[in-house]
Design a protein around this ligand. Structure first.
Ligand code: 13P
Ligand code: SF4
Length: 350
């Protein structure tokens, strides 16, 4: 990978990336989806990148899968598919293009590669990690299996391919309770997110759920007292929390769900004020489509998700660098765990 200065020079040699009101106007249809949260001068800066990426995407026969935490210029400007982790994994099984650019974190790109071993999957910045994925290795899974013999291991998709390969089945925040409830065992091991496990334990009281001690650095920072204070100051605000938050935080919320579950809830309910207890880009990405909802209150930024920028997306498509590789034997075992999740999730929601 080139350093930032060399990378910019190489891009400048091939694309006109100077701010342009003309390119901004030519792409006004894209700007209309983000005009409440992106200023016109910022759009004039972003538009040349957006135009170059969209042209290059067609030339390279590429699709961009983007997570709901991407910035608005990525989410609305260049993504072909947006969604939560489950939706992105399902969409990855349907991709026909030869190249996938994953605008999200590394485990998401690995999941796309596991499901599409013959395709090129690019991650624009390899440093886009995840505190949950970093918290456990296959040795941790083995330790849990030794501690709870015979109990199935349900691993969050926020894990490496090696950890998925060592697990029985995966889950996401959208289907964790369903997947756990469907396990044919009284005790279920959930890794690596202790808070997701504790939240699922409340929803599935018939199971004894044991967990690994991992946490999301973005969601563990919210406190129940923050939410109580906020409700005191703004009693009419609807509070919506992601299940990676600690259980006492989720208990203070009016609704808890995956990132797409949160979007669907706000779109359906259209409360006058909403506090999304999750990553900051969520509110930005939906605010233009929901002009009647005022998004208020604190949010936390995911430093890993924010590693993905228009500049490094353009670079990855230009250079075709940043391809994600997964050892075929590990990928084959990890695919079993991911496909079991997708199949079970489909059957349970049919
Ligand atoms: P979702 O599956 O709800 O999109 O969550 C992924 C994630 O990393 C949230 O922090
Ligand atoms: Fe990982 Fe948390 Fe960032 Fe999601 S928000 S990618 S769980 S660190």
């Amino acid at each position: 990978m080139l350093d930032q200065i060399a990378l910019r020079a190489e891009l400048a040699d091939h694309y006109d990336l100077s701010p342009s009101t003309e390119t901004a106007e030519a792409n006004a249809h894209l700007y209309a989806r983000m005009s409440r949260v992106v200023s016109p001068p910022d759009w004039a800066i972003f538009a040349p990148y957006v135009a170059a990426i969209n042209r290059l995407k067609a030339e390279r026969n590429a699709v961009i899968l983007a997570h709901n935490y991407m910035t608005p210029e990525i989410y609305h400007g260049i993504a072909d598919v947006v969604g939560d982790s489950l939706q992105l994994a399902i969409e990855a099984t349907k991709v026909e293009a030869g190249v996938i650019v994953q605008c999200g974190v590394h485990f998401m790109a690995e999941t796309s590669k596991i499901l599409n071993p013959a395709k090129t999957v690019l991650i624009p910045d390899r440093e886009a990690g995840c505190s949950l994925a970093e918290s456990i290795t296959p040795a941790g899974i083995a330790e849990m299996r030794a501690r709870y013999p015979g109990a199935p291991v349900v691993s969050y998709v926020n894990t490496t391919a090696e950890v998925k390969a060592a697990s029985d089945i995966c889950c996401t925040s959208a289907n964790a309770a369903q997947i756990v409830a469907a396990q044919d065992s009284d005790t279920v091991i959930m890794t690596p997110d202790k808070y997701l496990a504790q939240n699922v334990a409340k929803q599935v009281p018939q199971k004894r759920i044991v967990w690994w001690d991992g946490a999301c650095i973005v969601h563990e920072r919210f406190t129940a007292q923050d939410l109580r204070d906020f409700r005191g100051w703004n009693p009419e605000t609807r509070i919506i929390a992601h299940p990676e938050c600690p259980p006492d935080v989720v208990a203070e919320a009016d609704f808890s769900g995956s990132t797409s579950g949160i979007i669907d809830y706000v779109a359906r309910e259209q409360p006058p004020k909403a506090l999304l207890v999750t990553e900051c880009s969520m509110a930005s990405n939906i605010s233009d489509a929901l002009p009647g909802v005022e998004f208020v209150g604190p949010c936390n930024m995911c430093p890993y998700m924010k590693k993905i920028t228009l500049e490094n997306v353009l670079w990855s498509l230009h250079s075709m660098q940043g391809a994600v590789e997964v050892d075929p034997e590990i990928a084959a075992r990890a695919r079993v765990a991911v496909e079991r999740m997708i199949d079970l999730s489909r059957r349970l929601s049919a």
